[in-house]
Design a protein around this ligand. Structure first.
Ligand code: SR1
Ligand code: MG
Length: 412
């Protein structure tokens, strides 16, 4: 693969857009007034470009290395193709829940897509203590619709197998296999945390049951090609737009470069984890009303996922042994695995590489308790996941742990 392609910059974007006539109805490349680089820093370059009429476009370019670390960690830019293809495939099942794609540049690994700058990244909104009704339900709907459509149930055996071959994404999957399922349990130079959290990090390393469960979950992640999942569905991969009362106008899942045919419960667990991390922040900051809002989100998302998947179930292509009882069993095992994947995702965001602003922007005295709450909740989830508790009951347990280990800041 040629990794010597030209990178986008504010000085070449205007001429680049002029060379792509398919964007002429989206933005006027001769009257560009603003170019902002907004990549969150982990992997890619992301530019929002605006013309003098206020029309905009997003250009996202994959670099041939991991941006967070630099050229010493090479990474195939083919992940941009995966994101482009997945977004298009997902749009066939849930058009209103993903950004519109205008083109994919195969030579320079650039995706041109809808400008959603009238939305907010959901993590930012949650960090600010905002309430966005309907977002969790839409994320559940997105997971249900795209996973049903790309599973053997919605796509059939032949298309499902061909899809697996097309979407194979080994380098990116290895990031998750290492960072999410392995490194938090084996001290290494990519792990970091506050000195005060050293005993908490040590506790998960010494937690034999947790390490064994990570083995089971990693094996499932690496082998269960159930559907074309998003692969990195955290609250930074969701944009929300709400009215003045916090009611949903639009919700979009984006940034699916970690997509591959994997376990459906992985996406669900990623969302649970990020709601729980947002809950830890709100508890740390003593935001009573926001805590009450966030604790409703896991159930709202799960119920929406289950209802939408059950609604699609009668349309499955082969009903012979894929019975209604099978669906009931799948729901039980997906919920169990989702809590396991949530546990893995929570621990990695505290101990491993690539953390979350929810926790990292807290004052260290307060962060200590929030980080401890996330790690102890992860240990609880991994044990309780087999006990068939409701999502609400699990969330209540998470909240109790986080409240119990909360630490006070200097100014409190
Ligand atoms: C080196 S990439 C680090 C993380 O960024 C992405 O958002 C994924 O979560 C990945 O694990
Ligand atoms: Mg990302």
């Amino acid at each position: 693969m040629d990794n010597t392609y030209e990178f986008l910059s504010s000085s070449n974007i205007e001429s680049y857009l002029t060379s792509r006539p398919e964007t002429s109805s989206v933005i006027d490349s001769t009257s560009i007034v603003e170019i902002k680089e907004v990549g969150d820093g982990n992997l890619n370059l992301v530019f929002i470009v605006k013309d003098n009429q206020g029309k905009g476009i997003v250009l996202k370019q994959a670099l041939p290395y991991v941006r967070l670390v630099g050229p010493s960690w090479p990474m195939s830019p083919d992940r941009a193709r995966i994101e482009f293809e997945t977004t298009v495939i997902h749009s066939l099942a849930a058009k209103h829940l993903v950004p519109e794609i205008y083109f994919y540049d195969t030579d320079r690994f650039i995706i041109a897509m809808e400008d959603l700058s009238d939305h907010q990244v959901w993590r930012t909104a949650l960090n600010n203590g905002e309430i966005n009704h309907g977002g969790a339900e839409s994320v559940g709907e997105y997971i249900a619709k795209v996973t049903f459509a790309t599973s053997v149930f919605g796509a059939g055996a032949d298309a499902h197998k061909k899809g697996i071959a097309r979407a194979i994404n080994p380098e990116i999957c290895l990031i998750t296999e290492d960072l999410v399922f392995t490194e938090p349990y084996f001290p290494g130079e990519r792990n970091s945390y506050l000195p005060a959290n050293e005993p908490d990090a040590q506790a998960i390393i010494n937690d034999e049951q947790m390490v064994l469960e990570m083995g089971h979950l990693k094996f499932t992640f690496m082998t269960a090609s159930e559907a074309l999942i998003h692969g990195d569905l955290h609250t930074g991969s969701v944009m929300v737009k709400s009215d003045a009362d916090g009611n949903e106008i639009s919700t979009r899942a984006f940034d699916s470069e970690f997509s591959f045919y994997g376990p459906i419960a992985f996406d669900i667990g990623a969302v649970f984890a990020n709601f729980y991390i947002a809950l830890a922040r709100s508890i740390a900051l003593g935001r009573t009303e926001h805590i009450s809002f966030i604790e409703t989100l896991p159930t709202a998302m799960w119920d929406s996922f289950e209802n939408h998947f059950r609604t699609l179930w009668p349309t499955r292509l082969d009903k012979r042994v894929f019975s209604d009882r099978l669906l009931d069993d799948l729901m039980v095992s997906w919920k169990e695995d989702a809590f396991g994947f949530a546990s893995a995702k929570m621990a990695r965001r505290i101990v491993g590489l690539a953390k979350t602003s929810d926790i990292e922007t807290l004052d260290p005295n307060v962060r200590e308790g929030a980080a401890r709450g996330v790690l102890r909740s992860a240990q609880m989830l991994i044990r309780e996941r087999h006990n068939h508790l409701s999502v609400a009951a699990m969330t209540e347990k998470v909240k109790s742990i986080m409240q119990e280990v909360r630490t006070e800041g200097d100014d409190k």
